[in-house]
Design a protein around this ligand. Structure first.
Ligand code: NAP
Length: 264
């Protein structure tokens, strides 16, 4: 995706994948800080959270979400941003899901779920139900948002942990799958034995994009619901990271085409 973006922008640049064992992250970030040719980096699991104290500054979103996926080198300082949350927002806008009123269900309680709660609660100002396999993690995630945030206006909306039975399904406007259930597994789903007819107004956004149609998407579509995979989010988070590094806004379509022209 980033090679295609460099080409589109007419810039000479390289995007290199590196596997960094967890204990080596501080030294790798220190080397990045000293490298005059480096624009920055993306971080993936397990570094998104552990990098926070190793950076010189953080965007408000990265600090509130507690995860950094994009590091920008500014002189000899490293700045941490989270483009997963605005990437998700942009994908929800593309899908027509951002304008649907009503509460949102976030499935999962890992780093991606935290970004989704930020998007639903702060950007869309929706009530959020967090449903996770391990209830304790959902409670922990929800509790973090009850603490008044100094620099965020959480108006009347709130976030709470819930079991499937506790969710007011008929009111739900959006279900966001932030679990890895279904990833590379055509039969995997975070909602086995679920009847989508209980939430006829809901859109379904699955952050998983491999396979392109997960079981969750297949079953939601079979019940007549609009449903999209995570390719749009993947493309938009990359677009926003590229913009943070180069200040060039490359169209999301360039990133999507580089992903093989697959449809979100
Ligand atoms: N489209 C994009 O751009 C994008 C961006 C970020 C992430 N993602 C995707 O989002 C997913 C989650 O990423 P993450 O970083 O949040 O991972 P993570 O921190 O490891 O969290 C994984 C979550 O999935 C749940 N889970 C795993 N297997 C499950 C199963 N079989 N049934 C139900 N729940 C299950 C876990 O529940 P427990 O807490 O009970 O273990 C946990 O809540 C991954 O598939 C990742 O590829 C996509």
């Amino acid at each position: 995706m980033h090679r295609a973006a460099f080409g589109w922008a007419g810039l000479r640049g390289e995007y290199i994948a590196e596997r960094i064992p967890a204990p080596e992250l501080p030294a790798r970030l220190a080397a990045l800080r000293r490298d005059p040719a480096a624009l920055g980096a993306n971080l993936s699991l397990p570094h998104k959270e552990s990098a926070l104290p190793l950076l010189d500054s953080l965007s408000d979103a990265a600090r509130q979400i507690g995860a950094v996926n994009t590091v920008v080198r500014r002189g000899s300082e490293l700045h941490g941003e989270n483009t997963d949350a605005p990437g998700l927002l942009a994908a929800l806008l593309d899908a027509g899901f951002a304008s649907l009123g009503g509460p949102v269900v976030v499935l999962g309680a890992g780093g991606a779920a935290r970004a989704a709660v930020y998007t639903a609660l702060i950007s869309l100002e929706r009530e959020v139900y967090v449903v996770n396999r391990s209830r304790a993690r959902a409670e922990e995630l929800a509790a973090a948002w009850f603490i008044p945030q100094a620099d965020v206006q959480v108006r009347d909306v709130q976030v709470q942990a819930a079991t499937l039975a506790e969710v007011p399904w008929s009111q739900i406007s959006l279900i966001i799958n932030c679990t890895s259930a279904g990833l590379d597994d055509p039969q995997g789903t975070p909602l086995p034995d679920f009847d989508f007819r209980c939430c006829p107004q809901a859109g379904v956004y699955d952050m998983v994009y491999r396979p392109a149609e997960t079981r969750l998407l297949r079953e939601a579509r079979a019940a007549g619901l609009a449903a999209h995979n995570g390719l749009g989010m993947l493309a938009h988070q990359a677009r926003l990271a590229f913009q943070a590094w180069t200040r060039v806004d490359v169209p999301a379509q360039v990133f999507l085409q580089a992903l093989g022209g697959a449809q979100p």
